[in-house]
Design a protein around this ligand. Structure first.
Ligand code: FPP
Length: 257
């Protein structure tokens, strides 16, 4: 993160505001970079560049608003099917983001985690992701979870394979497989499920994002394109979240009931 961006974070981690009812885990589908650029007659790359700026703003807002986990859908398993030039632009933006912002993130006590398939990634990208995780492993502030080469179905397939192997090797009794054991084999094993999933750009779908983990998440769909996403949008989404009654399949508590 550039000095001008994270230096504007309010207070040190120790002075972070109490959460005030903020969702513990917010996950965002950052959609609409291409349409944002097209609407201005700009190349898609410019939309993605502005998308990275919006990403920096989102990290700052999450930190200020007391969110503990922020998961950002940066590159899906399906994004490889885009034209080679766009894939290369997105990979370059990730390289730039980590090289420029990692030191600041670390200084701000942010712990970077990466979910998604690491195998088959360009070697330098895999190393950057590993380095970002190792450098920040002991940090105790915001958890910034970068979903890169991530697909919810693929993640579940990998989990099922590992569980099947454990059964085959006699380490696990099939009757003992439950919700927790599946959660424990996902990339997000030690993280809380998302409380709030935000998607920008007006599309109303999940696009293979955190399929298992979002079972009881609240959803907020915003019409704005991702490069325009700002602090006010983040606050609006959280206000909407706070107005919801989460029942997890149970019944609403009634006074005197
Ligand atoms: C959707 O825009 C966005 C993505 C493909 C992923 C998000 C990417 C960024 C925020 C920039 C890159 C950042 C990193 C760190 C890799 P879209 O192209 O699908 O927009 P469209 O639906 O309007 O075409």
């Amino acid at each position: 993160m550039s000095p001008s961006s994270l230096s504007r974070l309010s207070g040190s981690p120790a002075e972070q505001p109490a959460d005030g009812g903020a969702p513990r885990h917010v996950a965002i589908i950052m959609d609409g970079n291409g349409r944002w650029a097209a609407a201005r007659g700009l190349p898609r790359l410019e939309g993605h560049r502005r998308g990275v700026e919006a990403l920096r703003r989102a990290v700052r807002s999450a930190y200020d608003l007391g969110v503990r986990y922020l998961t950002l859908y940066s590159f899906s398993s399906e994004n490889w099917t885009r034209p080679a030039e766009e894939v290369s632009d997105l990979l370059n933006l990730l390289r730039l983001f980590i090289r420029r912002d990692l030191t600041d993130l670390h200084r701000e006590n942010v712990r970077v985690r990466v979910i998604g398939e690491r195998e088959g990634l360009p070697r330098d990208i895999a190393k950057l992701l590993d380095d970002a995780e190792s450098l920040t492993r002991a940090n105790t502030g915001l958890n910034l979870v970068v979903a890169f080469n991530y697909g919810g179905r693929q993640e579940i397939v990998s989990a099922v394979r590992r569980i099947a192997t454990a059964v085959q090797e006699g380490r696990l009794d099939p009757a003992a497989i439950d919700v927790a054991s599946i959660s424990d084999h996902l990339d997000t094993a030690d993280m809380p499920d998302p409380d709030l999933v935000i998607r920008t750009s007006g599309e109303l779908r999940l696009s293979n994002f955190l399929l298992w983990q979002s079972a009881y998440a609240e959803f907020v769909f915003l019409p704005r394109f991702w490069p325009d996403f700002d602090r006010a949008d983040f606050e609006e989404a959280i206000a909407s979240f706070r107005s919801r009654q989460r029942r997890y399949g149970g019944r609403a508590a009634r006074a005197g009931a």
